[in-house]
Design a protein around this ligand. Structure first.
Ligand code: CP
Ligand code: NVA
Length: 307
């Protein structure tokens, strides 16, 4: 039984740096030798609650469970109508009687917190409006594959101060990676996220910087972007295009970063907006390794909390 057994994973901050490194090590082993893990979750079931659409999260978790000898059940937004048909509390209490682990993709972060509060099994945040911790595990696995370390590197995130930016700030702070968050004025991450991540980063010899200056990507080891309008912000998408125009990864961004800077994007991508297609296909780009690693990293997570 690992120290992570039965633990919830709602935030990347739920795990210590050592625990993150342990999961990443398992993820690397799972990727190299998947057969070794094929019975690890035999007879176990994952319930996957979705309030929002998904390609990677759904398929990587479901395939991951199958590959570990377990089973996953997809619950679409209309299947259980979370909070409408019945309460989060009752859903959590009932699911805990059937399944061994729950993953939820939700709007309000309070929903995953509430699910976890009432669950008798581990709850994993598969993305909330506030955080996307599973994404960060895959991102870190990808960075380690390319750069052989995390600590001391500088990651520059360009775009909206959203859930992915929040989790990157927290995650970078935990593992001693510098993070520069480059957003248009008014789209910076929450001040509380900056304060908390800066405090943790300082203890680990790293810094977290938030700036509107696009020169902030100078010298970055990792360049990261995400959609300008997240799920739930569709009505703002058109207006944001003009505001975010300069905040993208393209040839100019590449000139400012280190020549071997790794390009990451959690996907889905909008190629006319936050990244151009040509840049996304450069040898520097690891975006499809990153997508693949969602599965390996989450298999490691599932083994750790439900194995
Ligand atoms: N990156 C990510 O979470 O992708 P999906 O929205 O397709 O799951
Ligand atoms: N910030 C994006 C991430 C998608 C994986 C969103 O929440 O829609």
């Amino acid at each position: 039984m690992s120290d992570l057994k039965d633990r919830h994973f709602l935030s990347i901050l739920d795990f210590t740096a050592e625990e993150i490194r342990t999961v990443l090590k398992t993820a690397a082993n799972v990727k190299t030798d998947p057969k070794k893990y094929r019975d690890t979750l035999e007879g176990k079931t994952l319930a996957m609650i979705f309030q929002k659409p998904s390609l990677r999260t759904r398929v990587s978790f479901e395939t991951g469970m199958t590959q570990l000898g377990g089973h996953a059940i997809y619950l679409a937004p209309t299947d259980i109508s979370l909070g409408k048909r019945e309460t989060t509390e009752d859903i959590s209490m009932v699911l805990s009687r059937y399944v061994d682990v729950v993953m939820a993709r939700v709007f309000g972060h309070d929903i995953v917190v509430d699910l976890a509060k009432h669950a008798g099994v581990p709850v994993i945040n598969g993305l909330s409006d506030y955080e996307h911790p599973c994404q960060i595990l895959a991102d870190f696995q990808t960075i380690v594959e390319r750069k052989e370390k995390l600590e001391g590197l500088t990651l520059c995130y360009i775009g909206d101060g959203n859930n992915v930016a929040n989790s990157l700030m927290f995650g970078a702070a935990r593992v001693g990676m510098n993070a520069v968050i480059l957003t248009p004025n008014g789209y910076e991450p929450d001040e509380k996220v900056l304060a908390e991540s800066s405090r943790i980063a300082a203890a680990n010899g790293a810094t977290i910087t938030v700036t509107n200056d696009i020169e902030g990507s100078s010298g970055a080891d990792v360049l990261y972007t995400d959609v300008w309008a997240s799920m739930g912000q569709e009505s703002e998408a058109a207006a944001r295009k003009a505001i975010f125009e300069k905040y993208r990864i393209d040839g100019d961004t590449m000139k400012r970063a280190k020549p071997d800077a790794v390009i990451l994007h959690c996907l889905p991508a909008h190629y006319d907006d936050e990244i151009d297609y040509e840049t996304s296909r450069l040898p520097n780009s690891a975006i499809f390794d990153q997508a693949e690693n969602r599965m390996h990293a989450q298999k490691a997570l599932l083994i750790s909390v439900a194995g």
